[in-house]
Design a protein around this ligand. Sequence first.
Ligand SMILES: *Cc1c(COP(=O)(O)O)cnc(C)c1O
Length: 388
Amino acid sequence: MEIQSFVNDIKSQLGVADFISLHEPKFKGNESKYVQECISTGWVSSVGKFVDQFEADLGKYIGCKKTIAIVNGTSALSLSLKLAGVAANDEVIVPALSFVATANAVSHIGAIPHFVDVSLSTMGMCPEHLKNHLTSIIDFEKGTAVNRNTGRKIAAIVPMHTFGHPVDMDPLIEMAAQFQIPIVEDAAESLGSFYKDKHTGNFGLISALSFNGNKIITTGGGGAICTNDTELGNLAKHLSTTAKKPHPYNFDHDQIGYNYRLPNINAALGVGQLEHLESYLKQKRKLHAFYCESLKKYEEFTVFSEPANCRSNYWLINITLRNQYLSLRDPFLEQTNKLGFMTRPSWKLLNQLDIYKAAPTAQTPNSIQLEKSVICIPSSPFLAEALT
Ligand SMILES: *Cc1c(COP(=O)(O)O)cnc(C)c1O
């Protein structure tokens, strides 16, 4: 294929003459009004009405019982793991294909990531592979799943909904129950993604979301913890807000807590951004449909579509190179970026990073395949505005 004409063709159809970024935030609604309100009232920091409203609006949208605003997605995941009972020196099952934060959140509490493979049809944790892998490594010691190769407890399973495409949760839940291991969802990329009509983040014991600047909606930096276990949710709020015992003026803390609070000024941005979520989701579906149609003519790759029974938020839209064209990946990345059409590969596999080379891992052939073939293409919702 001729990459220059590929880029020109898409740019002209999208009505954009210059640089197209991968994913860009826009603040065209009430965001500045809400942020201004924080500034003019002085309520910019760790408490305020926008924190409460953001938690309420987000919880209502996701359909979970408790939602706690957190300073970022990594801290939200780390605290979620801790609340699910993960302790230092435990192992946590993590997909090899993910952003580094998934594994880092495990490391931050002294636990060890244990990498497993993903499915080619969802790009997320593969239940079948996981079942075989866990069956081959787990011994039960007094009802606890232990990795017989390392002697360490396997304390949680962390499915991640890659680029917004939901993991096949039903078989995963069944298996996790069988092995008595809690599921902690990394839903950082999947606000607006549904598995069988239920929003992602509702399937595990607890889950983490991110509102970093590149995500579908942003609070500048930010995250959230979601759970349907009210008690666990209350504990998440307590621990993330310094574990202070409620009192009008005294400082007394019943645990070593964290300052993981999302500032009110960030939550104000979030309340404004959430008002756009439905329209962003519509625009992203439109953009995905456009790419499917207009890229049909290229035999080198296919546009990835949501798995069956799922609704992806299409946070990042991806193309996957066919096997005979894998060598096109690097020149494609090189040239499209040079031509102002921003593209990115998936991530270097976590079990190949120097920092995690010593961590336990299964064979991960599908992750390797995806790492070689996936390219993310521009996915900002507003790109769909020029499309009819
Ligand atoms: C963005 C992201 C996170 C972390 O979120 P931050 O808010 O950037 O800390 C975690 N996991 C995945 C898969 C992500 O994409």
